[in-house]
Write a protein that binds this ligand. Structure first.
Ligand code: HEM
Ligand code: HEM
Length: 210
């Protein structure tokens, strides 16, 4: 039996590849340092935030497979692709498949909320960081009352701190859950398309039919 002819095509540009692995290291460093090592935490978080902003701009002006217009699809395409995975008949895409594309948007959004709530918390708690003076107790005055004040190891927590800490922690766990699904998706698509997609995120090259 003839095996179908294939060739390799450059898909992921260097910004996407270097950015992806920087994001992975930055995210886990921030996650592991959140409780005890604030100076590391802060800088790892800034690296993540900076990359997310660059990636969003790149989604409009970047290379072909980096642009949102090329891979953000409606729910029909996303569920069609996921159904295809279960039957082994999912269509093979050069760039992100429709489910992967939805996951990119969800991850970037969740990381944006995680990092900006962290910066807002830092501004309110210590009047420091990029949002110092821009986000203050007063910003949350109309809604923070609902979160009350709490005693935390001798330190009075204001309603604004309570609220921002809650949002920061919630989005850390939402991001972790998305990362779990992201990895499951990478493994499933790699098996169905018989290609190591994690390696493609290193080399930038994917196998395509001739
Ligand atoms: C060791 C763990 C990881 C592996 C093996 C991995 C692998 C991959 C692969 C293969 C892709 C391309 C998907 C495709 O072919 O459509 C991708 C994309 C992506 N991954 Fe991961 N990933 C990992 C961890 C993470 C983490 C922790 C995050 C975020 C916190 C993340 C965020 C992203 C984003 C935003 C993209 C979109 C790439 C782009 O278009 O810029 N990944 N990942
Ligand atoms: C993806 C990036 C980030 C992740 C995964 C992350 C994760 C975490 C975690 C796990 C905690 C500990 C929560 C707990 O007490 O259980 C934390 C706390 C905190 N994070 Fe982040 N964070 C990120 C980005 C940032 C950024 C950019 C800032 C801004 C400087 C920031 C500021 C804070 C602050 C002020 C705390 C509370 C520390 C304390 O008072 O003990 N985070 N974060």
């Amino acid at each position: 039996m003839d095996t179908p002819k294939t060739h390799f095509q450059a898909v992921w540009d260097p910004l996407i590849r270097v950015g992806h692995w920087t994001l992975v290291i930055g995210f886990f460093t921030a996650y592991l340092s959140g409780d005890d090592y604030f100076s590391i935490h802060k800088w790892a978080g800034y690296v993540v935030a900076a990359y997310v902003l660059i990636r969003i701009v790149w989604g409009f002006v970047g290379t072909k497979h980096a642009r949102f217009a090329g891979f953000v699809r409606g729910p029909g395409a996303v569920f069609g692709y996921l159904r295809g995975l279960t039957t082994g008949k999912a269509k093979d895409y050069a760039g992100h498949n429709p489910a992967g594309g939805a996951m990119v948007v969800a991850l970037l959004f969740s990381l944006l909320v995680t990092t900006s709530s962290g910066m807002a918390l830092y501004a309110v708690e210590d009047n420091a960081g990029p949002l110092a003076g821009i986000v203050t107790e007063q910003t949350f005055a109309p809604i923070a009352g609902a979160f009350g004040e709490e005693e935390d190891g001798g330190h009075e927590e204001s309603g604004a701190e309570e609220l921002l800490e809650g949002v920061h922690k919630a989005f850390v766990y939402i991001t972790l859950a998305l990362v779990g699904l992201h990895l499951a998706g990478v493994v499933a698509s790699s098996l169905v398309h018989k290609e190591n997609l994690a390696r493609a995120m290193v080399t930038g090259r994917k196998r395509r039919p001739d």
